[in-house]
Design a protein. Structure first.
Length: 79
């Protein structure tokens, strides 16, 4: 996809997001758009970093929560 097409699709996505009523719906749509717009991308998610824990609040596949949990555990295990 060239820059013009990417820009057009991003503008379409922004327009679509303006119709979203709930933040959770918006975050789920952002994750889905990432898979659509970024190739090769199989899964995507939105992770909110909080003190003491991370929260995967939107994802395109349930396996992403496990991946985020494993990443968080490995970061905390570092000296």
């Amino acid at each position: 996809m060239d820059r013009h097409e990417f820009g057009r699709r991003l503008a379409d996505a922004a327009h679509e997001m303006s119709d979203t009523r709930h933040p959770t719906d918006a975050l789920e749509r952002v994750a889905a758009m990432a898979v659509e717009l970024i190739g090769p991308c199989d899964v995507a998610g939105v992770c909110v970093l909080r003190p003491g824990r991370d929260d995967t609040c939107a994802r395109t596949h349930t396996s992403l929560q496990l991946m985020d949990d494993l990443h968080t555990a490995s970061v905390r295990a570092r000296p």
